[in-house]
Design a protein around this ligand. Structure first.
Ligand code: OXD
Ligand code: MN
Length: 671
């Protein structure tokens, strides 16, 4: 049964009839247009039922957007979300009734969603940015080279694709209007969006991930808001019953951005980064473009507060590609006595220089949408505490006693408890093999928890400070099994920007190849950990970062690179990682105090002998090995970076970055 039917019984229906005033307002429209005119769409929508809220109470430009999209998507009714707990509970009940959420009774107010197995992750090749000029979105790559830093679509093609998808796509469903704030409401660093969606799972998740509801709607006033349209792309009645009660439309999935118009339209996927449009689509792709226009930075970075035993506090922002333990670092429990670490955010930082020239950062999000597998009391006890209540889990396994399970929790569940995998295989156990000899995973590798940030026991007292927190250091990192030392510091801002541009990390290209064999791991370029998230041409992005060094009075943070993942010749990790990473953070902290604990190397400043505090470390660590800079490795690294930047950024590569690369290569040659 669709959510619509029972919502009809729950909420009083109203009919909105403002055809005349709408016709007069349509000239305000600047966004995506269906081939029939926006005015006639809006007029068609004017007699639509409103299940909750009052369209007359909306600001004219908000009402305009809602009605125009309702006219296009033709939902049965509109529901304006107020964000209240009562409303949320009614949605959860509805989701349970529709089979989209299942209560996990072991915890308080926690639920499990299982998706169609075809809708489990972000789909990069179906994620596009549309600008008039291709070069505003992506660098023009060298002939015969496949671009890797974003996908561009012409406005004409985009219009065709949208016309093929959105007209009538919400028939039989409800269009929910979600007003939301990225950042504390009223923060000078925050921004407002409105997401229109036909998915209640999206509404419930957006309520966790953003500050959603009436206060955000009020905050719009007559101001700008980012327009976010989302549809699962399955009007009713559906031709086929949805798999797992999860309607979606994978063959037609398309995630589109129009940065010039601050507009997003996403079709066909209900999953996380494709559907919770406040996150990757708005807070990174659209926001990075707004940030360029307005002179600030929207980055794929965690924000962490560190207090030393003397009570001095500093904040750092850190960018890591996926699979590098970003959420674990954001919630680190320091092992060094007297040190405290507090979390401001685990994924995205919006950062702007204030009138005193200090870089200040907010976490635009309100929750964590974290990768579940690998999270445990050993790796991240604070995350485990955070997800004990009010959390939506997606594609994890379920235990017979109503709990969650995933790879990494083996030590934490009763050996005799039944485990049902995300795909519904019962009696799962860790040695389970399929006919083909492949391991069956209990949870999907990209399964997630979606939990309120306020529940994290180590949230920083200033995490909601509207002014943001002052950033003293920016850290780049990657998973580098060879050659890259534990930590090094950029010589200056420009060198630091070059280090960000050169970021690489080991990733599994795919879990299996076509024949089911495991694929080798490869080191991939992921500049600034932003490769899938740049909202504009990566070359222009580099120029934007570089421009801050020209600004008088700006106190530029120091820039570092860390690598927790170096391996020895036996393939074992050389550094213990996790809470012990505080030892590296301590060194970074000292460098921010200008302590004399660094010496020059070919690649940057590295710690002087003995300056990384190893007191109390349980295992012995080969610090010389961790710092060794093999000449051959670094020459190859220079070559790989040169090839990548030449092929991928080509004519848009700022001269300053080329000079940094030449200088690095020269220093390495002299090693
Ligand atoms: C995420 C990602 O989901 O970076 O945070 O993919
Ligand atoms: Mn991320």
């Amino acid at each position: 049964m669709s959510s619509l039917i029972s919502l009809r019984n729950i909420f009083t229906r109203r009919t909105y009839n403002v055809a005349k005033s709408l016709a007069a307002q349509t000239h305000l429209h600047h966004g995506l247009r269906h081939k029939s005119s926006a005015a006639s769409d809006a007029i068609a929508a004017a007699s639509i039922k409103v299940a909750n809220g009052n369209l007359n109470d909306l600001q004219p430009h908000v009402r305009q957007y809602v009605l125009e999209k309702a006219g296009l998507c033709k939902p049965d009714q509109i529901y304006i979300c107020d964000g209240s707990e009562e409303e949320n509970q009614s949605f959860i009940k509805q989701l349970e009734k529709d089979g989209l959420l299942k209560k996990l009774p072991k915890y308080d107010n926690c639920y499990l969603a299982l998706t169609d197995p075809k809708d489990v992750a972000r789909v990069e090749h179906k994620t596009v940015i549309s600008t008039k000029n291709q070069r505003d979105t992506i660098p023009i790559v060298e002939d015969g080279i496949k671009g890797q830093v974003g996908y561009w679509m012409s406005p004409r093609k985009l219009q065709e694709e949208l016309d093929d998808r959105f007209p009538g796509c919400m028939k039989g469903r409800t269009m929910y209007v979600i007003p939301f704030s990225m950042g504390p409401i009223g923060s000078p660093l925050g921004k407002i969006g409105i997401e229109l969606t036909d998915s209640l799972y999206v509404v419930a998740s957006m309520r966790i991930m953003t500050r959603m509801g009436a206060a955000a709607m009020k905050a719009i006033g007559s101001g700008e808001f980012v327009k976010c349209l989302h549809s699962i792309g399955q009007p009713l009645p559906m031709e086929k019953k949805p798999t797992n009660h999860w309607p979606c439309n994978p063959p037609k999935t398309l995630i589109t951005h129009i940065p010039d118009k601050r507009e997003i339209a996403s079709f066909g996927s209900g999953y996380g980064g494709n559907s919770l449009l406040g996150k990757k689509c708005f807070a990174l792709r659209i926001a990075s473009r707004i940030a360029k226009d307005e002179g600030w930075l929207a980055e794929h970075m965690l924000i962490l507060g560190l207090t030393n035993p003397q009570g001095v506090k500093r904040y750092v922002a850190a960018a890591f590609p996926s699979a590098c333990g970003k959420t674990n670092l954001a919630m680190i429990n320091p092992t060094l006595p007297g040190w405290k670490a507090e979390c401001v955010g685990d994924d995205i930082a919006w950062m702007k220089f204030d009138e005193e020239g200090r870089l200040r950062a907010i976490n635009p999000e309100y929750g964590f949408f974290g990768v579940a597998p690998g999270t445990s009391h050993d790796t991240n006890p604070n995350a485990m505490e955070t997800i004990k209540s009010n959390t939506v889990f997606t594609n994890v396994a379920e235990t017979g006693d109503g709990g969650f399970f995933w790879e990494g929790l083996e030590k934490e569940v009763d050996k005799n408890v039944d485990i049902t995998t995300w795909l519904g295989h019962k009696n799962w156990h860790k040695d389970m093999l399929s006919d083909a000899g492949k391991k069956i995973l209990s949870a999907h590798p990209n399964s997630r928890f979606c939990a309120p940030a306020s529940q994290c026991p180590v949230m920083d007292p200033a995490w909601e400070d509207p002014r943001g927190v002052p950033i003293d250091a920016i850290i780049f990192g990657g998973r580098r099994p060879k050659g890259v030392p534990l930590v090094y510091e950029a010589f200056n801002w420009q060198h630091g920007v070059f280090i960000g541009a050169s970021m690489r990390s080991e990733a599994t290209a795919a879990a299996q190849d076509a024949s089911g064999k495991a694929m080798p791991k490869v080191v991939m370029h992921d500049p600034f950990a932003m490769r899938p998230f740049f909202g504009y041409n990566f070359g222009d992005y580099l120029a934007h970062w570089l421009s801050f060094q020209e600004k008088p009075g700006y106190k530029l943070p120091k820039i570092f690179h860390v690598n927790w993942f170096r391996k020895d010749s036996n393939g074992s990790f050389m550094w213990p990682g996790f809470g012990e990473n505080t030892r590296v953070l301590e060194w970074i902290f000292k460098r921010c105090n200008e302590d004399n604990v660094a010496e020059k190397s070919a690649i940057g400043y590295v710690p002087t002998e003995g300056s990384i505090n190893l007191d109390g470390l349980k295992e012995s660590v080969d610090m010389h090995g961790l710092y060794h800079l093999p000449k051959d490795f670094w020459l190859e690294e220079c070559q790989a970076i040169r090839k990548y930047l030449k092929e991928q950024v080509n004519k848009d590569l700022p001269e300053a970055i080329k000079l940094e690369l030449d200088a690095l290569e020269q220093r390495v040659r002299k090693m």
